[in-house]
Design a protein around this ligand. Sequence first.
Ligand SMILES: Nc1nc2c(c(=O)[nH]1)N[C@H]1C(S)=C(S)[C@@H](COP(=O)(O)O)O[C@H]1N2
Ligand SMILES: [Mo]
Length: 310
Amino acid sequence: MLIRRANDIASSEITPEAIYRQRRQFMQASALFATGALLPGISEANVRLAAAANARYSTTETPTPYKSVTTYNNYYEFGTDKSDPAENAQNFRTHPWTVSIEGEVKHPKVWDIDALIKAFPLEDRTYRLRCVEGWSMVIPWVGFPLASLIKQVEPTGNAKYVEFTTLHDPAQMAGQRIGVLDWPYTEGLRLDEAMHPLTLMAVGLYGQTLPNQNGAPIRLVVPWKYGFKSAKAIVRIRFTDKQPQTAWGRAAPSEYGFYSNVNPAVDHPRWSQAKERRIGEFFKRDTLAFNGYGDQVAQMYRGMDLRKYY
Ligand SMILES: Nc1nc2c(c(=O)[nH]1)N[C@H]1C(S)=C(S)[C@@H](COP(=O)(O)O)O[C@H]1N2
Ligand SMILES: [Mo]
């Protein structure tokens, strides 16, 4: 047996990260995918997800420890300190939940979250995440390409952009009872960006359902853009002919542009973007153009002045 049984492992060792690593090693050794039930789940809240590893779209860099991924968060609906979301989102209700697909599509539909998660094959994809504040992580997501959903709903000829909206529920999200942003959080992509194979709808990380603080039950992940483009807790995906407003764009248009592609050559008005601190590392590393995904995404911006379209 390539893996130890769960009851041979000291309970302190049974972290989602340890389980994920073992499962990955096991899969690599046996070429067995989507088994889904190799080890018992560690808690009822975090359900294991059956997903196929996608090496083509994954970095081989070491994932940031589960603990950091789930306790160092930006999610202003639950507070502005990095430790706030892990504490304040604990009782956030992610069921029942619907995601409405609307606007310029031939097949608008209000999806039940469980049906949506079952409708498209899930993949394990490890991506870099670069926050506009200057830190970065490597996160093993579970999700499906947004392109799969878009193909199914068939955008009309008028669809040029896609708008994403987070749940608006001030009773549950204390941050929405105060200012900071004009709630709910909204984000947007151009249709070709939304269709790009790297653009993911994430429903899990480290092989399990998303922790609430990371955007359960479903969030966007756009790895070549600053982290704030990757909106959490999505309830609406709307196809439009006009460029959507974004929450950060409304709050500070000169600081947070619509594109917000990671770009070490274009500074934030208040700080440099040339370097970043990978969470868990001491020395800063150079920030890469398009967060290192330039080979795959740069052609979408050919001919555009990336200083103007920041
Ligand atoms: N709804 C919502 N989505 C959000 C945010 C937020 O405040 N609210 N913060 C963004 C920012 S600034 C970052 S860096 C990432 C962080 O994702 P993580 O906490 O899963 O690492 O979420 C993004 N998505
Ligand atoms: Mo961020």
